[in-house]
Design a protein around this ligand. Structure first.
Ligand code: MN
Length: 423
């Protein structure tokens, strides 16, 4: 049997070369049908969703534990561990393969388990146990540092030694497509003498990739790079919505709180670590060398193209405002996870780790409006003469991501959100 990542594999289902969901991908999501509230686990293939709960009921797939697909999240599947993840993905690949008649030639079974993607409703794929947001792009940290502290103090002294992060809120992680209500909070612009409470005026996004943790570690235990790598189930697109004015007033001395707590959007499809293996690339050289427990060898980043599109309120179409790549991140996902557990912090199945805003070296590669508009001084130009420094009500933002293979691409779909007026 060929490996599920084999670039030559073809499915009996037609998949366009620019589709995000060829047979080499097989990302997991949670869906329901319009007439039913019942949620179950599926896999995206071309324009279809493969219903894994129905496949299991038809005794065509066995994850090693019953009922893991008839669930409102993929957590039960993740809890089975990396060997089961590989086995299940291998079996799905086998079932969808062009030269396997098992599903291809069984019209009744196909009608039961293959559903047009446009007919399903997609839900949050994971039960988010905890959400942590990192700050691992050197370009982003430098841009923000230059804006607020000047060129000479751009990076804080700890930045090159620790993957910086804060503990965020799992309660407001939502699936892409969920509207985001403009947050309210304490504001104190530099011109004001006293703070006031009201709607955020500097609402922003952050382009990130989320790591989905599929394993657990005990309180008091630490993780080495191998263990951390094995615990990563997959990745999602993530938008860490950010209220810059609330953040600026509240962040001293404990870091972001309400400025980040009102909403975090993730893509409905979780792309597995295994599907991304062919796209590994070396990250930037780390100088100074990290402390021994954070050191890694090999190619630890991913060549993952990212695009950010903005549709201004009332505009007909999205306009692309940034293109960058996940490969620029200074700290790898494995280093983030090793660091996260290094004190003895317990990690759980369903933990979500935001990468931090992904900005590249170029001006058109910046992953937030704060950087693109240079703190509002150079508004982003949009079609029709529109300009934005920060979001207005009715604006929509969309993030797309994909790894380009030879004749196919392993993609994430999109994560989208529209700003509603403050309540
Ligand atoms: Mn962030």
């Amino acid at each position: 049997m060929p490996h599920p990542n084999d670039p030559k594999l073809k499915s009996f289902i037609d998949v366009a070369p620019d589709s995000d969901f060829p047979i080499q991908n097989l990302p997991y999501g949670v869906f329901s049908m319009p007439a039913s509230a019942e949620r179950r686990v599926g896999v995206a293939i071309g324009d279809f969703v493969l219903d894994l709960a129905a496949l299991e009921a038809a005794q065509r797939i066995d994850a090693g534990a019953p009922g893991v697909f008839a669930q409102p999240s993929i957590n039960a599947l993740m809890a089975l561990g990396p060997q089961a993840w590989s086995k299940v993905r291998g079996r799905i690949s086998e079932l969808l393969c062009a030269d396997n008649p098992e599903l291809r030639d069984d019209a009744d079974l196909r009608a039961q388990v293959l559903i047009p993607r446009k007919d399903v409703r997609l839900h949050l794929p994971i039960a988010v146990a905890g959400y942590t947001d990192f700050y691992s792009s050197k370009e982003h940290a430098t841009n923000v540092g230059v804006m607020f502290r000047g060129k000479d103090n751009a990076l804080q002294p700890n930045w090159l030694h620790i993957p910086i992060a804060y503990n965020g809120r799992a309660s407001t992680v939502v699936v892409g497509g969920t509207p985001i209500v403009r947050p309210q909070g304490q504001l104190k612009p530099p011109t004001a003498d006293v703070p006031s409470f009201g709607p955020c005026r500097r609402l922003d996004f952050e382009l990130e990739i989320g790591v989905v943790v599929g394993g657990a570690s005990r309180m008091g235990a630490r993780l080495d790079a191998q263990q951390a790598g094995d615990m990563i189930f997959g990745f999602v697109l993530l938008n860490d919505w950010s209220a810059r004015d609330i953040q600026q007033w509240e962040y001293v001395p404990l870091g972001p709180f309400q400025a980040k707590a009102f909403g975090t959007s993730i893509s409905p499809w979780v792309v597995t670590r295994e599907a991304l293996e062919p796209f590994r690339v070396a990250g930037p050289v780390q100088d100074p060398k990290p402390l021994p427990h954070l050191q890694q060898s090999g190619a630890n980043n991913y060549d993952l193209d990212l695009a950010v599109d903005l549709r201004a309120a009332g505009a007909a179409d999205y306009a692309t405002i940034a293109r960058t790549n996940f490969k620029y991140m200074y700290w790898s996902s494995v280093q983030q996870l090793v660091h996260h557990a290094s004190s003895g912090c317990a990690m759980n199945v369903g933990d979500l780790l935001g990468s931090g805003t992904i900005s590249g070296p170029g001006k058109d590669q910046r992953g937030s409006l704060l950087e693109m508009s240079w703190n509002g001084s150079e508004p982003v130009e949009l079609p029709g003469g529109l300009r934005r420094s920060f979001f207005e009500d009715g604006d929509s933002l969309r993030i797309r991501g994909w790894c380009q293979g030879d004749g196919y691409r392993v993609g994430f779909g999109e994560v989208e959100g529209t700003i509603l007026p403050a309540n």
